[in-house]
Design a protein around this ligand. Structure first.
Ligand SMILES: Nc1ncnc2c1ncn2[C@@H]1O[C@H](COP(=O)(O)OP(=O)(O)OP(=O)(O)O)[C@@H](O)[C@H]1O
Ligand SMILES: CC(=O)N[C@H]1[C@@H]2OC[C@@H](O2)[C@@H](O)[C@@H]1O[C@H](C)C(=O)O
Length: 368
């Protein structure tokens, strides 16, 4: 069992996330006992340069081989850079980079060696968070929901709220903070909503050589092509009852649905698809949340946020409205989950990943 250096049962953990949008590594400190959040600490970001991003992009979909090895080297070096900047912590939570995700088939694969990172940082590292969940029949994602439950308590929410992450892929968590613990039956319902920024980024890169649609400026000039939107919503994924999760490129053919459209109309239509995926997901929740708190880079896209406000029947606001950091919530989540793993607490349950029993996913590696 981990003993906190920081006193009482307050463990100071540093989490790191390299997300599906392939922009870089987010890192953030959380102090927690694995149940309650006591405080948030320093944060840092280390972007991938174009050459590194090209290596990661080439490795997507690879489960092994030279592409995956090259990606591992990029991911490990970037994490060593950014994590070495922090003062000593009790524990590191290292998500790694998802290269492939096929929970009902080959499994799930996050690249990056946690043992090597533990040696480099001389600190215990928790990693490989998703495999155990998949082995027990779960989707292996999303894993942030247990942390969202703690966040709902931290912001003193009194009734159900949703956390919506708009990264490369979208995921949403419905939380009822009136329960005592996240694993209580009925406290959480979570799933991936569909593609969020990944197809917009792919379009912008392919057509305009840009990494993303800054502030939705291209989409703002366009019109949504309703036929393409309907074809998209006819995908069986949206009618599927949760649990459900996605790989980054599961919807990459969406760019084909907008191929004949102008740049602006294509961007508007892909943005509408991201919002429509979220709206379609709302029907699964036991009750309408009071608020949808939006995290991830998509909250900075005013066109996407406005489309969500129009289509969801509740307040849609960035998590900054309740004092949280929408750029760092996922890194904080893996700091928090690392502490739960080290303490032998579950990190997923039937309501979050569809796993058959409570699972504490993750491997703990200690420096030799
Ligand atoms: N100002 C902005 N305007 C429009 N889009 C933005 C803006 N800032 C960020 N984004 C979008 O957000 C993306 C980054 O989001 P984020 O960092 O949440 O993704 P991630 O953590 O990699 O993904 P995931 O949550 O799927 O793992 C960018 O690639 C871009 O598409
Ligand atoms: C397999 C995988 O890496 N999934 C990511 C991805 O990015 C967003 C969405 O798809 C979510 O399911 C998950 O990440 C977040 C952090 C999660 O597990 O909660």
């Amino acid at each position: 069992m981990l003993k906190a250096k920081s006193g009482k049962d307050q463990i100071c953990a540093l989490g790191a996330m390299s997300g599906t949008s392939l922009d870089g590594v987010d890192a953030a400190v959380v102090t927690t006992d694995g149940h309650e959040i006591f405080g948030f600490g320093d944060t840092a970001y280390r972007s991938y340069d174009d050459a590194e991003r090209a290596v990661l992009t080439d490795a997507l979909g690879h489960w092994a081989g030279p592409e995956a090895e090259a990606a591992a080297a990029v991911v490990e070096a970037a994490h060593r850079d950014v994590l070495a900047q922090f003062p000593a912590v009790d524990l590191v939570g290292f998500h790694g980079q998802t290269l492939a995700h096929d929970p009902k088939g080959r499994g799930t694969f996050q690249v990056g060696d946690g043992q090597a990172l533990a040696e480099a940082l001389n600190t215990p590292v928790v990693w490989d968070f998703r495999t155990a969940d998949v082995q027990l029949g779960g989707e292996g994602a999303p894993l942030a929901p247990f942390f969202h439950f703690a966040c709902a308590k931290w912001i003193k929410a009194e009734g159900p709220v949703c956390f919506l992450n708009l990264g490369g892929v979208g995921n949403i968590t419905w939380v009822d903070p009136r329960f005592d613990a996240p694993e209580d039956d009925g406290a959480l319902l979570a799933f991936d909503t569909g593609p969020a920024n990944a197809p917009i980024n792919d379009l912008m890169r392919e057509r305009l050589g840009k990494s993303h649609d800054e502030n939705g400026e291209t989409a703002l000039r366009g019109e949504v092509e309703q036929g393409a939107l309907e074809l998209f919503l006819a995908e069986p994924f949206f009618a599927k009852i949760p649990p459900k999760s996605l790989d980054r490129n599961d919807f990459s053919e969406m760019v084909g649905l907008v191929r004949e459209l102008s740049d602006a109309d294509a961007a508007a239509t892909l943005t509408a698809m991201s919002a429509a995926g979220v709206a379609a997901g709302m029907m699964h929740f036991p009750s309408l949340p009071d608020r949808v708190l939006v995290t991830g880079g998509g909250r900075k896209n005013p066109v996407l946020m406005e489309m969500l406000r129009v289509s969801l029947d509740c307040h849609v606001v960035p998590v900054e409205d309740v004092g949280l950091d929408g750029d760092m919530l996922e890194a904080q989540a893996f700091a928090y989950l690392a502490v739960r793993v080290a303490k032998g607490l579950p990190t997923s349950c039937p309501g979050t990943t569809g796993v058959r029993a409570l699972v504490g996913g993750g491997v703990v590696s200690r420096p030799g």
